[in-house]
Design a protein around this ligand. Structure first.
Ligand code: PLP
Length: 499
């Protein structure tokens, strides 16, 4: 494709996306594509000869679009939202156009420095503790997903608990020396690898029984085993019972085990419950556990000061994560991960083979984000977040979050005032858990019927073993009229299907 052809097709594609956004409300939200239906229309082998862009786009319309569930539809209420917005799409496009691989500061200084700057903006914009700001010993890094961020936290916690495994390549600077925080390269002398891995069998971690499954997965990947993840019971609001956490830690210590990590959630996946961050933090600090806070969905709400009470105690946390790709207008993928002490990440993940050595790294005065997570290569994701923050401004982002929360509260009021329906969990943000009082089977039938209609899409969870509908309001284009139509659809399905 020549530059002229690229220009032409690029303009056409932007037009196509703009029309998609304008008309997405008219498409059935949930794809009814049968398994294998998309592949059955694709040729078995890749084309030998080049094909025209027009032919490719015609197959997008014919083959791909019927297999799309419209996450950007104003009537998408499933899972949690995955917002995209025009500025974010343009930021993503620019990132692709520049084709930067930002593994080291030196591989594109702007990629690293914009990321550090935007993460620092977020600390201020969201009222996060100053220890997550790059001017302190901590800092923030953009990753793909909250799952990766939690895994990163867990592995760093494991290493901190076991004395940091050896690093034959040595530890890079990463600006750690600049702030005067610990820059230790001697762990290998004091903690040989055998001793480290022998200690791992005794490590135990804690989450509430409502925490996201990514923590179970992280325990498996980190080689600690999901059996060593304790699921702390919850209170009546589905939040972690901090007294039970304390009891479980004491019990495990008494058995000779080694508690090392706890993850509290702000906005659990099933119900949006908020764990008591300060209490959990105090317990974590008392017993020397790494405290991680997963605010994948609800964290975005902290742009509004009135939602920050949910993060009270966050200054006690070692790490924190939230997903702008869920509810802050930044298209997938974009996860923000903050740590209080970046040297723990660097000591855990730093590898400096000869072919990556460079002057800036050796001087220790720059951040090399490859040392802050698992993978080496990294995309220029900060661009789209920067585009979003600048295009909406903090005021625009606040108005956006508030509109969803207000719609969720209005929806919850309608549900409460209907005698056939109940709200079954506290509504803290824009997720509403509801149930028809006609039983599990009826609720499942209602969900299937409304989803099949194509008019809306919502998903479910189980609370105390009972089938529960989740109405997650958060698509960019959603208005109160979409929410009203969804409620009418649910109510009439309830009337129609009630035995
Ligand atoms: N944590 C919570 C509380 C979530 O709700 C989710 C996803 O919904 C995740 C983690 C995983 O997010 P990601 O897809 O970014 O890994």
């Amino acid at each position: 494709m020549t530059s002229d052809e690229f220009r032409k097709h690029g303009h056409e594609l932007i037009d196509w996306i703009a029309s998609y956004m304008d008309n997405v409300a008219d498409s059935p939200v949930y794809s009814m594509s049968e398994p294998g239906a998309v592949r059955s229309q694709l040729p078995a082998d890749a084309p030998i000869k080049p094909e025209s862009f027009d032919d490719i786009m015609s197959d997008v319309e014919k083959i791909i679009m019927p297999g799309i569930t419209h996450w950007q539809s104003p009537s998408f209420f499933a899972y949690f939202p995955a917002n995209a917005s025009p500025p974010s799409i343009l930021g993503e496009l620019l990132s692709a156009g520049l084709g930067v691989q930002g593994m080291l500061w030196s591989t594109s200084p702007a990629c690293t420095e914009l990321e550090t700057h935007v993460m620092d903006w977020l600390v201020a914009m969201m009222g996060l503790p100053n220890r997550f700001h790059s001017s302190s010993a901590g800092g923030g890094v953009i990753q793909d997903t909250a799952s990766s961020a939690s895994l990163t936290a867990l592995i760093a916690a494991r290493e901190r608990a076991t004395g940091f495994a050896s690093n034959e390549y040595g530890v890079a600077g990463n600006g750690v020396a600049k702030t005067g925080s610990a820059r230790e390269t001697k762990a290998v002398e004091t903690d040989p690898d055998e001793k480290v891995s022998a200690g791992r069998g005794r490590l135990v971690a804690y989450v509430s029984n409502q925490a996201h499954s990514s923590l179970d997965k992280a325990m498996k990947i980190a080689g600690l085993g999901s059996a060593n993840l304790r699921h702390v019971p919850i209170d009546e609001s589905f939040a972690m019972d901090a007294d039970k956490l304390s009891e479980m830690i004491r019990g495990d210590i008494a058995k000779g085990l080694r508690p090392f990590f706890v993850c509290a959630t702000i906005g659990t996946t099933s119900t949006g419950a908020i764990d008591p961050i300060r209490r959990v933090g105090e317990i974590a600090n008392k017993f020397g556990l790494w405290m991680h806070v997963d605010a994948a969905y609800a964290g975005s709400a902290s742009v509004c000061p009135e939602f920050r009470h949910h993060q009270d105690g966050l200054e006690l946390a070692d790490s924190y994560t939230f997903n702008p790709h869920k509810w802050l207008l930044t298209n997938f993928d974009c996860n923000c991960f903050f740590v209080a002490d970046r040297s723990t990440l660097i000591k855990t993940f730093s590898i400096l083979p000869e072919y990556l050595r460079n002057k800036a790294t050796e001087m220790g005065s720059v951040i090399d984000y490859r040392d802050w997570h698992i993978q080496l290569g990294r995309r220029f994701r900060a661009l789209k977040l920067w585009f979003v923050i600048r295009s909406y401004g903090v005021d625009g982002l606040r108005a956006y979050i508030r509109s969803h929360v207000s719609m969720a509260n209005e929806f919850a009021d309608w549900v409460r005032s209907d005698e056939d329906w109940d709200i079954v969990a506290p509504v803290h943000h824009s997720l509403v858990c509801l149930r028809h009082n006609g039983g599990d089977q009826l609720n499942e039938q209602i969900m299937n019927q409304v989803n099949k209609s194509g008019d809306l899409f919502l998903t479910h969870t189980k609370l105390h073993e009972r089938f529960t509908l989740r109405m997650a309001i958060g698509a960019r284009l959603t208005t109160i009229e979409n929410v009203r139509s969804a409620w009418h659809a649910l109510r009439s399905a309830g009337h129609q299907l009630k035995p």
